[in-house]
Unconditional design. Structure first.
Length: 225
């Protein structure tokens, strides 16, 4: 298993506690997202006059149930993980959460219109939370995969290689084959994802290092006394 924990953090208890807290925060957010998805499927027609096709309803419902199941598994697993950089630890759990979430979210984006999807900005939440938890090379890898996957879907729909799932009532007509719109969304999405990762990950690393320096200073003062 490759090394994820920086050397300075291996025996830094506050680092591990911070990762555990953020993992729990991620899990709680996921419960809320699942409830929101179920609400949007069954009540959007009455409140917003938006109607999902049978395929969209079945697909999004199945994905939501899957999210709830693996979230319960993560919620249980996190209680038994130890702060050991050499074994499966909270940081590895963070990576698993990101993998499952990004796959589920990309699937939902696809079934809600891909380039037209109103849920596209939910990737922002994952990139911010992931940047606060994961090392830079890991979260940048996720960012590249997300951008390429989204580009692949939108280009496939543009050339009618992949079926497009339009949401009735959200937009008057499908616009997944309007070149300028698809290009603008793809460029903007890629720029937004990488800028968020760059800023959030840099801030998180600076906070970790400052906390470590503060603790080292306190240890020196105590030793001097």
């Amino acid at each position: 298993m490759f090394e994820l924990v920086p050397e300075w953090a291996s025996h830094y208890e506050e680092f591990w506690l911070t990762i555990r807290r953020r993992n729990l925060w991620f899990i709680k957010l996921r419960y809320g997202a699942a409830v929101m998805l179920l609400f949007s499927i069954f009540f959007s027609k009455f409140f917003l006059e938006i109607e999902f096709s049978k395929v969209q309803q079945n697909s999004i419902t199945s994905i939501t149930i899957l999210i709830l199941f693996y979230n319960l598994a993560f919620h249980t697993l996190r209680k038994y993980l130890k702060h050991d950089a050499k074994k499966f630890n909270p940081l590895h759990l963070s990576i698993l959460q990101m993998i499952f979430d990004l796959f589920a979210l990309m699937s939902i984006i696809y079934f809600t219109g891909s380039v037209e999807s109103p849920l596209l900005l939910f990737f922002v939440i994952h990139m911010i939370v992931g940047s606060l938890i994961l090392p830079g090379f890991v979260i940048y890898t996720f960012a590249v995969v997300v951008v390429l996957a989204f580009w692949g879907i939108t280009v496939g729909e543009y050339y009618s290689i992949i079926q497009h799932h339009h949401i009735l009532g959200y937009l008057p007509v499908p616009i997944h084959q309007h070149f300028n719109f698809v290009l603008a969304i793809n460029i903007t999405f890629a720029f937004m994802v990488f800028m968020i990762v760059l800023i959030a990950n840099k801030v998180a690393n600076q906070l970790y290092i400052r906390e470590q320096q503060l603790l080292e200073s306190i240890d020196k003062i105590n030793a001097a006394e």
